[in-house]
Ligand binder design. Structure first.
Ligand code: C2G
Length: 444
């Protein structure tokens, strides 16, 4: 019996997939089809897959060509599958020519002619027309956003707005997009807005953007008052628009895996969380000059509060801030101590003090340590009482990570916000409430 294996995502199942499976089956007597998981696709840079794993499996099954369907979840699995299932022929479409030649050492490799003029990417783009993104603000993060958006299919950074025409022009020249310093004109040119302006301007820009019928992705901290957060979310809901806070860690695959492991009971009940993020900032930068809205907590507090709210929920009993300030009164190092009914947490951040950027989650049976930089989660370990017993996990983190957030934003547009579990509205509201308390407590 000749055993054949092939792999694919099979998103938005189409004729190209059908013909490939048909010819793969004809190569032998028994066909195994490996369907990729969402996290494997993310890890290999394939973002924006629309159908769920179950739907994709169902579609492969319906063809009747597969004798067995397996799940492909990691690089290197092909190699072990070939051994495990005693495979004679590995086959894949001709878009992969040369890429799998190394498998020739273990079984025969056949590249089947790819079907022309059809692809999942093409169908995805037809299904949801390209979203034209307009960026408000021209700072460092806005520059990174443009680069990252290029690796997400279904979006195009179209325009930029800055009230100062020179800044808008400079940015637009660099990235070859349209510059605007008139907000009304800017809104006419785009479908969705990414807000990357100074923190204190977010609230007004969110409201105006929603008013103009635009979906909004807003950089963290989204707003600086609880009532403002509640108001803008309610307004977005009323207008049937998506409003999402951009804390990139919340959307990256490694952080997700970490939350899954932490909630799985492996380390028992969670009792303590310590998150630290420091970034030595140039004293000439806004973050260390702006005495109203600069400082370490406003800049980095959203990141360090994220795992805390994700693991303990948003209802804390007590919150206390301790800070080290520079001469101009700006906090260069801040510790936020939270007390929950079931445990304790500290969120530490610094712009003028350097520390280990780690995340530590302690439970009644063990602890998880996420190595620096934990906010770009790629590796973590689970430890127990016995120091020799250590479980290791690693996950990919592509580019600057903003691509995951952009992709999720796009998914929310397609699904109309039914899926905001990665960063919920109530988590965003809790964060703005903590920001408000910090500003009152520390700056009056
Ligand atoms: N295919 C094809 N003709 C098309 C489109 C796709 O023959 N017009 C083939 C691909 O070459 C692949 C299979 O259909 O063999 C599945 O394609 P995708 O769903 O795009 O999956 P892909 O990313 O190619 O997965 O581990 C994953 C595999 O290595 C390949």
């Amino acid at each position: 019996m000749i055993k054949v294996i092939t792999y694919g995502t099979f998103d938005l199942f189409h004729e190209g997939h059908y013909r490939l499976l048909q010819r793969a089956k004809a190569l032998g007597d028994y066909l195994i089809v490996g369907v990729t998981t969402e996290s494997f696709d993310k890890a290999r840079g394939k973002l924006g897959v629309i159908d769920s794993l179950m739907t994709r499996i169902e579609n492969v099954k319906k063809t009747g060509f597969a004798d067995e369907i397996i799940i492909e979840e990691s690089v290197g699995q092909k190699f072990s599958d070939i051994k495990k299932y005693n495979i004679d022929i590995f086959t894949v479409g001709s878009d992969w020519i040369g890429k799998f030649d190394y498998i020739n050492d273990y079984c025969k490799v056949v590249y089947l002619e790819r079907t022309k003029n059809i692809s999942s990417t093409m169908l995805r783009e037809q299904k949801r027309h390209i979203q034209r993104i307009g960026i408000i603000g021209t700072g460092r993060i806005a520059n990174r956003f443009v680069v990252e958006a290029r690796s997400v299919s279904g979006v195009n950074v179209q325009s930029v707005y800055n009230p100062h025409p020179n800044s808008a022009a400079k940015f637009s020249e660099k990235w070859d997009i349209n510059p605007y310093s008139d907000l009304e004109e800017f809104y006419k040119d785009v479908d969705v807005i990414y807000i990357a302006s100074p923190h204190e301007t977010h609230y007004e820009y969110i409201k105006t953007s929603l008013e103009h019928g635009k979906h909004v992705l807003c950089e963290k901290p989204m707003v600086l008052k609880k009532s403002e957060a509640e108001e803008v979310f309610a307004y977005a809901k009323e207008k049937d628009l998506i409003l999402m806070e951009g804390i990139k860690t919340a959307y990256c695959p490694g952080f997700h895996r970490l939350l899954g492991v932490a909630h799985s009971g492996k380390i028992g009940s969670i009792r303590n969380v310590e998150a630290c993020f420091t970034k030595l900032e140039d004293p000439k930068h806004r973050e260390l000059i702006d005495t109203n809205y600069g400082g370490s907590f406003l800049e980095l507090g959203s990141y360090v509060m994220l795992p805390i709210f994700k693991l303990f929920g948003e209802e804390y009993e007590d919150l206390r801030f301790d800070t080290i300030k520079s001469e101009n009164g700006i906090d260069i190092f801040t510790k936020a101590s939270f007390k929950f009914s079931t445990g304790l947490a500290t969120a530490t951040c610094g712009l003028g003090v350097k520390s280990e950027g780690r995340l530590l989650i302690s439970g009644t049976k063990g602890y998880i340590i996420v190595t620096a930089p934990w906010w770009k989660t790629t590796y973590f370990e689970v430890h127990y009482e016995n120091p020799g017993e250590v479980e290791k996990y690693s996950e990919t983190f592509l580019g600057d990570g903003l691509r995951y957030e952009i992709n999720d934003f796009l998914m929310q547009l397609t699904n109309r916000g039914v899926n905001d579990f990665k960063l919920t509205r109530s988590e965003s509201i809790a964060m703005s409430s903590a920001m408000e308390y910090f500003l009152k407590d520390q700056r009056g």
